[in-house]
Every structure is written in C-alpha cells, then in structure tokens.
Design a protein. Sequence first.
Length: 502
Amino acid sequence: MNANLKESISENAVTQFLGQETVPMFIGGQFVSPEGCKTIDVVNPSNAEKLTQIFAGNATQVDQACKAADKAFKTSNWATMPVEQRSALLMKLADLIEENAETLGALESLDVGKPLAGAIEGEIPFSAGAFRYFAQVALDYDKYSDPLDVDGMDSHYVRVPYGVCGFIFPWNFPFLLLAWGTSAALAAGNTVVVKPAELTSLSTLYLCKLVKEAGIPDGVFNVVTGYGVDSGMPIAEHPLVRKMAFTGSPEVGRMIAETCGRNLLPLKLELGGKGAAVIFDDVDVKETAKSLAEIITSNTGQVCCTASRWLVHENIYEEFSSEVSKALGKTVIGNSHGDSTQMGPVVSEVQRQRILGYQQKGLDQNAELVVEGKALSPEGSEDGFYLTPSLLKGDSDNICFKEEIFGPSAFLVSFNDEDSAIDIVNSSSYGLANSVWTKDLDRAKRVAEKMVVGNAWINAHNVFAYGLPYGGVNLSGMGGGVNSLETFEDYLRGQTVARPLT
Ligand code: NAD
C-alpha cells in the first residue's frame, strides 16, 4: 500500500464518516437517527480504540424500514421499470462502489481488521462485480416461459419479484456478503431491508450514500443496525417481508428458520463450515503447504469455507507437517493498515478467547500441538486482538477437527487410502466447501464428486466467481446459495397464467 494512498484515505471521506456522532441508519431513502435510541461502540480490532458508534435499533425501526420497502415495491417504479433501466441503476451503483473503493476498503479494514490493500484492491471491486453480474443476468433473463404444452389451455408461466426481502449478515465479510445477497434480490426487482452485524456495520452504512447517489428510488434499499435479537429477528417476524435470507452461524440460522417456518416465509440460509483439504502424496509438498498456510491465515481464518481440516496422506504427513509449520511461522501479523501485514487481528477479544479456548479443548482431548496459537501484542498496536496461527494433530474425533473455530487454526489428520479419506471428510455435519489436492486429475474429480458438500474445489481453496454457484448443504445452509442464475431465480416467485379454451 503506498503512502500517498494512505494519506489520501486518512484525510478524506473516512474521517468525515467516522466523525459523525452516531452513524445513522437508512430508511425510506433518509438517513435516520432515531431519538432516544441506544448506541453501540464500533471498535477497531487493530488497537481496541473506538472508531465511532452506530444505533442499536429495534422493532420500531424495522417496522419503519419494512413499511418503506413495501411502499417502494408497490409505488416506486423499481419493480415495474424496464429491466434496462433497473440494471443501469445497479451498474451505476457498481461504478460508484469502484470509485469509492479506497473509502469503503479503508472502512472495512478498520472495522474488521483485514489488511487494507486486500480490502481496497480485492474485496471491494469484487463486490462491485456482484451488482454488475446480476444486472446483466436480469438483462438476459426471460421472465416468461414458452406457452405450456397443456391440452385445452392457453397457459404460460411468469416469474415476478416477491416484494420485501429481509437480509441478516455476519461480521467477517460485511461488504462482500451484502453485495452477494442484495444484488440478486435487487436485480430481480425486489426491495430490501438489511441488518448488518453489530460488530461491522460501517461499509454497509456507507453504501447507503452511494445507493442514493446512484438514483435508486427511496425505500428500495434500507438498513437497520443493531443487535440480532432486537433488530434482526423483527425482520424475520415482520408480516410485510416476503423472502428472508440469513448468513451466519447454524445456531442463529436455526432460530431464524423456526421463525420463518411459523410464518411460512421462504428462507435462504448461508451458514458455517468446517472445510477439509485432502492432500495426496503426489503433490509438491512445499508448495501445497504454502498454499494451505495462506488459506488458513486469510482473513485471520474467519472464513466460513476455509480449509481447517487437513487430511494428509501418510507418506507425506511428516514432511507436510514440517513445511506447513515453517510457512505458518512466516506469517506477518500486524495492524490492518500496516504496509507488510498479511494477517490482521481477529474481530474482537471474544473471538480471540474463543479460538484460544478451542486450542485448549483440543489439547484436553489428546491432540498434539504442532504450532501453538498465542495471543500477540505487536509493537505499536499492543491492545489489538492479535494471535498467532495454530496447528494441532491427532484423531478425527477431536473437537478441533469437528467444530467450526473461525480463526487461523488448522488440524492435521493422516490417511492411507482414498476411501478412508472420503469417509473422514464426510463425517462432518457441515457441508460448505472442501478441496482435493493431487496431480492426478481423474482422482481429483472422483474425490471431489464424492464429497458431501456444496463446493468441491481441485488444487485450490476459496474459489469464487460470478456464475459459479456457491452454497452449503447440511449444517452449512439451504436454499440455493449465491452468485449464480439460480440465486437470481431464488428472488423471483413463479406464477402460472392459464385460460381454458373451452
Ligand atoms: P451469528 O450467527 O452470530 O450472527 C450473524 C448475524 O445474525 C448478525 O447480524 C447477528 O447480529 C445476527 N443475530 C445474532 N443473533 C440473532 C438472533 N437471535 N436473531 C436474529 N439475528 C441474530 O454469526 P457471526 O458470528 O456474525 O458470523 C460467523 C458465522 O457466519 C460462522 O458460522 C460463519 O461460518 C458463518 N458465515 C457463513 C457464510 C456463508 O456464506 N455460508 C459466510 C460468512 C459467515
């Protein structure tokens, strides 16, 4: 990251945005500061300092947002305008996201603790891509079926938007997940009410300014901030919401699903994971070890689909263990705005204690320590929530092999043949993303297809592209996933139109 860029960031929109007494919500096209509403401190995980504060919203603001979204669906021309016009507005929003990448990336980096350059040059432009992709999908999409082949009927099928779609997001990729979810719903002609995570709401709130600037009608995009119980659940409970999408933990996903079930509200769930990487003995051990070390430390391991269960063929187990330990030890850990930082802090002290607590529980269940995870206080950022990556090894029934830790913590298990590797992989209750590493592409494809998982990757992990469906099965989610034509169709309801000819 060059010094000029940093300088320009610190003096511009970021400072102004953070300088607001409390960052307002966005309801019906207005920036709203509800009187008497409690607030939540927003903390920079790199130094534990307060950045600003947001409102702790409740059912009152959710009700206002849902009514505004419903009104916009029914009375603005968002749902009915020619698709060319709606897609042009979303393309304009994508342009504005790219033009504001430095500001958005800086906010994301300060809020979550992720390295600045990756946020500005990677996540933010990639997020803009979601709006572009779904704007194009909408343009190419024919909402009418051909006439149906039914005797005695003039009939066809048409797909129309639902109306108000509710979204609740987690804290690890606030902007990217917001883009992945809402872009499809908006492109299909719906209006949205969004509840970002209370820990990391800033980039979502900044987007509201760009939504307005793009000329998207008031009420189409609404944001209510706050804690889950107070401002998330009321969205799922609201009678005007017609489709719900939740991204987060399976525990909360289940609660949202129960609520939606009671109200017969259709729901999409993108939940947690416990990704496996199966590494055969024909790989370049050093290169593969380096890749896996990069994968588990990316976003400080706070990635739903990361590979944290490493199944390594017994012939290369010791060598891999040694190479990956060296690679993990080289990770440059520091302030999210540090020039050479590869891995920033975790998002909060609670998260740091959770990760270190898991390590202890794993050791209590007889795992062996290969690389110890420790709290860290880098010079100049002593109060931040830093820790070093960790690696345990042992049996596949260890708690650290089975449960999602959500940190830079991996677990090594050895295997001796393909079938036993697949059995171990599929012993997980999760089913988000796994990978297989081998030079034998026939074997790679065979193993990939036998994994019970939404995404099976070959010689790579964390593979995302627009047009490539991404979603989970079992504890990892249901309802179609993100980033594909199917996602767009998830935000359209089908309607049969029929006229008997007799
Ligand atoms: P979380 O489930 O604790 O919170 C997610 C969101 O739900 C937050 O906005 C939170 O405020 C809200 N929430 C919490 N309790 C609620 C309640 N009772 N009612 C309504 N809303 C409530 O998850 P998290 O800690 O923010 O994120 C980590 C989890 O998210 C991990 O399990 C991770 O794997 C998962 N995740 C999944 C994906 C995916 O695409 N599958 C992507 C990112 C993260």
